[in-house]
Write a protein that binds this ligand. Structure first.
Ligand SMILES: NC(=O)c1ccc[n+]([C@@H]2O[C@H](COP(=O)([O-])OP(=O)(O)OC[C@H]3O[C@@H](n4cnc5c(N)ncnc54)[C@H](O)[C@@H]3O)[C@@H](O)[C@H]2O)c1
Ligand SMILES: [Zn+2]
Length: 378
């Protein structure tokens, strides 16, 4: 028997949200979506948004904005759980659209809690999509004798000298990256990360005060069917795939050894679903695959998948706000859910490629996104 039957997903027309909405629907939940169908994600017309079309008429759709109090008030009526996904998600873009990112991510969440504390409601739980970005560079171990440390953000001077890897703050010697556990000290490197950390802290604090349990899911890099192929600010798989399908050059930052933990969207959907039904206590948990893949390796795999002639070049360029490595320590995830299963990258990528083959190819706008950073000395 389901404890929580009525689920509101903010940002439920997006990549993760639309996958979650359809899955919850298949499990017989009553699903509502609050989404403003942002142009950067959905394009100029909702009629052409594949993601929106997928959920249209299958869920109770509320066209609204999380920065508008009245929209929250309308949407939370009769709900048991809110899965709060609506956000601005571009790490690079967040570095020069600061007030917009703060407004959407921090104020949007603030207004949600304002409504929960000031209006009578039936909400019992909030599931919040946070990000591994909050850790920044994450956990490292000195290769000498100094032990573990949380790496500080890399500086522009280090980038310019092509010193890509964080070094030990005690002996200045080399250090090796480690899987990052939830207990690592968050040291955001991007403004996006600051907003996600603020969302977490506001939600855990207010949840405790109001007796609403909060499940903070710290997601690694999510990929899979439905990820935006048109947004040049997020989603390395989409960006590379778009370039590879058009045989355009694929340029790789730093020395290509930088790595990410790629987690399949269905694993994230599974985590949200379990969090919805989880006991009435707050949790903060990493959701990832638990293993790093270098960006150069990823580009190679994708190039083969797409049978592309694109030249793949490691450029040594960099973006302030990017991290070097980060992958999830999954100890706590397995403690919560011992039967947890992880989609392996090859199978997940095959599903992504099959889906993407059926989608349009979009104009490659990554250069204009890069120019926006360069113009601001970032
Ligand atoms: N995709 C990832 O790799 C990843 C990784 C870590 C965390 N996350 C987090 O997961 C959540 C969902 O990410 P996603 O990849 O599905 O993003 P997405 O951009 O595909 O979806 C976001 C949805 O939110 C909607 N939205 C944006 N601003 C809104 C507003 N002000 N009011 C109402 N709706 C609004 C958009 O229209 C879109 O449908 C975000 O909070 C993001 O920070 C994602
Ligand atoms: Zn040392």
């Amino acid at each position: 028997m389901k404890k929580n039957k009525n689920i509101l997903i903010s940002g439920g027309a997006g990549f993760i949200g639309s996958n979650l909405a359809l899955y919850l629907k298949s499990l017989d939940y009553n699903v509502s979506v609050l989404d403003n169908l942002k142009q950067q994600v959905h394009g100029d017309s909702p009629d052409n948004s594949v993601l929106y079309q997928n959920i249209k008429n299958k869920v109770n759709f509320i066209l609204g904005d999380v920065t508008v109090k009245e929209d929250w008030i309308e949407a939370i009526d009769g709900q048991d759980v809110i899965v709060h996904l609506a956000a601005e998600t571009g790490t690079g873009q967040s570095m020069y659209e600061i007030s917009r990112y703060v407004k959407e991510n921090v104020e949007g969440t603030a207004i949600l809690w304002d409504v929960l504390v000031n209006k009578k409601n039936t909400i019992k739980k909030i599931v919040l999509a946070s990000s591994r970005a909050i850790y920044g560079e994450g956990l490292y171990k000195c290769q000498g004798v100094c032990g573990l440390f949380t790496a500080q953000p890399r500086t522009k001077t280090e980038f310019q000298a092509r010193c890509w890897d964080p070094i030990c703050p005690v002996c200045s010697g080399p250090a090796q990256p480690m899987a990052t556990p939830e207990t690592a000290i968050p040291i955001p490197v991007s403004l996006y990360a600051c907003t996600k950390l603020a969302q977490e802290q506001m939600s855990l604090t207010m949840g405790k005060a109001l007796g609403i349990s909060v499940a903070v899911l710290r997601l690694q890099n999510v990929y899979g069917p439905g990820q935006s192929l048109r947004n040049p600010y997020t989603g390395i798989l989409s960006i590379f795939s778009n370039q590879l399908r058009q045989n355009l050059p694929v340029n790789i930052y730093e020395d290509g050894a930088e790595s990410r933990d790629f987690v399949f969207v269905k694993d994230v959907v599974q985590a949200c679903t379990r969090a919805i039904e989880f006991r009435d206590r707050s949790i903060v948990v990493n959701i990832g695959s638990g293993r790093p893949t270098s960006i150069l390796e990823l580009a190679g795999i994708l190039k083969q998948c797409w049978r592309s002639d694109s030249p793949v070049t490691v450029t040594g360029a960099f973006r302030v706000g990017d991290i070097r490595h980060n992958w999830a320590d999954l100890t706590q995830l397995y403690q919560l859910w011992p039967d947890w299963k992880i989609m392996n990258l090859d199978t997940g990528l095959a599903q992504f490629i099959t889906w993407a083959r059926g989608q349009s190819v979009f104009e490659d706008k990554t250069h204009s996104a890069e120019r926006e950073l360069k113009a601001r000395n970032l």
